[in-house]
Write a protein that binds this ligand. Structure first.
Ligand code: B12
Ligand code: SF4
Length: 518
């Protein structure tokens, strides 16, 4: 049987990083079946095109995964496929939280033939076998222990994802026409992929707005260091072979949740030379450890994603996140910047203690820190979170099923000290001020003593990162962005070319002096 695993597009950006679940389930599929992956963020297809594709390929089962934010799109795709007679199974965080919705058992239309709840690693093969024999059941979920808790996959052993041979073409971030030229730069930039790797699952912190503790559980499971190192080495070999670059996104919710384990892993990575450039999510409270930050730098860590949420301690307490202290943020970022590591700092507006002007106050504070990539969202009640329950009980939800009429940057509940409209304006203000061409130039200038490649990567990340949240899909949007930021780009390009020429000259002289010595 041929299986299509499909991820809906997020309507904002075309390409960034593939979703791990697709590769994982592909690796866990019994060998007699063939799996095709399509990520709508990388390969845009209309619904009729997708239906035609499934007909042409004679697809026997379609698996669709989705976050809450894209679920309305996922349902539309599933509806079209089911109308054309294809069997659809849906999985991922949203359907786990709202299975009745996907199955049409909450009064709405049905979108999926089957739902896969929670972590599907241990039962995916069963779904495939049932579909192949025409006996697909309605609900699949992990086995439970005597207390009724899900058995969680141990991650040891971890499936072999064949990164060395997978077709990653749809995910390359370098446009085709630039590849021949780019492959000549440095060690080669002919292709650039960001690849998701997990080293563990679970988070015990239980922040009020987050689905992770409920979904993955509060006990943490880790892969063995050897299996992570082995996967990294395969990726590194592929990058070298293809004269391209591969960066890794460690998608663990808190890579340093067990500092001793992480230090061990980083030491093993360094010893094995498994040091690709990487980004990871780590909470601020765990980054005060100098030894850990040194190891992160030595092991290839370039960016750390930190859920800072708010600069107001009262807000942090409201969402059960006061283990993360705003007064320590500056020191943490300075410690990272000293090692040429920068942070993606994530903030949430519309929290209960926020008032109009929160964007200006927050951005002013951010601008006084080492530069990073700030991202701004709004407090969103995802289903099955403690936040959702609290707001529902207090009658504050204005759009209880906000995902069915998804509206970017429009809150689904009334904040206490501002309006929904205020929160939208604050969010836009924060984004525009933080990524204006002037601010980009200022940020790059503030790290003028850092190596040129760090500064180029910082600017490129600023230009790219905005596109995860704001539409930046077409060539026109990109050209405009490049034109607006020409001052930063020209300054760095000039310096980059001079450095490259000096490097080539040095190499030629070295080669000549070796020849003379012989
Ligand atoms: C990496 C990541 C991202 C990446 C992008 C996704 C990518 N390309 O991988 C980035 C950083 C861009 C991102 C952004 C956002 N993210 Co995010 N992200 C994650 C993260 C950390 C890891 C995802 C992952 O790969 N997990 C590991 C895999 C193995 O788990 P999984 O995806 O759940 O898959 C398993 C099962 O769910 C199941 N499964 C999944 N799909 C399917 C499909 C089928 C058919 C089947 C059978 C089974 C199945 O099988 C898998 C194996 O067990 C998760 C948290 C987490 N730990 O999962 C949050 C998470 C998915 N993100 C979340 C959110 C809210 C966001 C944002 C909206 C945040 C914001 N406020 O801006 C943005 C959206 C931006 C956008 N425009 O899309 C929430 C989603 C909650 C929800 N109910 O939807 C999560 C759960 C984190 C949280 N704090 O709650 N994210
Ligand atoms: S926000 Fe981060 S730290 Fe808090 S529960 Fe979620 S994953 Fe854990």
């Amino acid at each position: 049987m041929k299986i299509l695993l499909y991820n809906p597009d997020n309507g904002i950006t075309r390409n960034f990083m593939p979703h791990l679940w697709m590769f994982l389930l592909q690796s866990l599929t019994p060998k007699e079946h063939e799996v095709i992956l399509i990520d709508g963020n990388a390969k845009a297809m209309t619904r009729p095109e997708l239906v035609q594709f499934c007909k042409d390929e004679n697809i026997g089962l379609v698996g669709i995964g989705s976050m809450t934010r894209m679920v309305a799109r996922a349902y539309l795709v599933a509806d079209s496929l089911r109308e054309a007679g294809f069997k659809v199974v849906m999985g991922g965080p949203h359907v786990t939280e709202c299975p009745l919705e996907a199955l049409g058992k909450d009064g709405g239309p049905r979108h999926a033939d089957a739902v896969a709840l929670g972590e599907a690693d241990d039962y995916w093969a069963q779904i495939v076998e049932d579909a192949a024999s025409g006996e697909l059941k309605e609900t699949y979920q992990p086995k439970v222990d005597e207390k009724g808790d899900d058995f969680k996959p141990s991650l040891q052993p971890y499936p072999h994802i064949p990164w060395e041979s997978l077709d990653l073409e749809q995910f390359s971030l370098v446009p085709k026409f630039l590849r021949p030229v780019m492959s000549k730069f440095g060690e080669g930039w002919g292709k650039f992929f960001v690849v998701p790797i997990e080293t563990g699952r679970g988070c015990p912190y239980g922040c009020e707005f987050c689905t992770v503790t409920g979904f993955f559980g509060d006990s943490i499971r880790f892969r063995s260091n050897e299996s992570v190192v082995e996967e990294l080495l395969r990726l590194k070999a592929r990058a070298k072979k293809e004269k391209g670059q591969i960066a890794v996104f460690f998608i663990d919710d808190n890579l340093a949740i067990n500092k001793k384990r992480l230090k061990g892993l980083l030491r093993d990575m360094i010893a094995a030379g498994a040091t690709l450039p990487w980004v990871a999510q780590i909470s601020a409270n765990l980054l005060a450890d100098e030894e850990l930050v040194d190891l992160i730098a030595d092991a290839g860590g370039r960016w750390v994603f930190i859920g800072m949420e708010s600069i107001d301690p009262a807000n942090m307490a409201d969402v059960n996140k006061n283990f993360s202290k705003p007064e320590n943020y500056q020191a943490v970022l300075d410690g990272l910047a000293r090692r040429n590591i920068y942070a993606i700092t994530s903030f949430i507006f519309g929290m209960d203690n926020d008032t109009p002007g929160v964007a200006n106050r927050t951005v002013a504070e951010i601008e006084s820190w080492a530069p990073g990539l700030p991202v701004f969202g709004q407090l969103t009640p995802f289903p099955s979170t403690p936040l959702y329950d609290r707001l529902e009980k207090s009658g504050r939800l204005t759009r209880p099923k906000h995902w069915l009429d998804f509206a970017p940057f429009v809150m689904a509940h009334d904040p206490l000290k501002m309006t929904i409209e205020d929160a939208k304006k604050e969010t836009f203000d924060a984004w525009s001020r933080s990524y204006s061409p002037e601010r980009n130039f200022e940020a790059i200038n503030s790290i003028r003593n850092a190596p040129i490649d760090t500064r180029i990567s910082h600017l490129a990340s600023r230009l790219f990162f905005r596109g995860i949240y704001f539409p930046q899909m077409g060539t026109r949007a990109w050209l405009k962005l490049l034109f607006d930021n020409r001052k930063s780009i020209l300054t760095l390009s000039g310096e980059g070319i001079r450095t490259w020429r000096a490097f080539r000259k040095r190499r030629r002289l070295e080669a000549r002096s070796v020849q003379t010595a012989q």
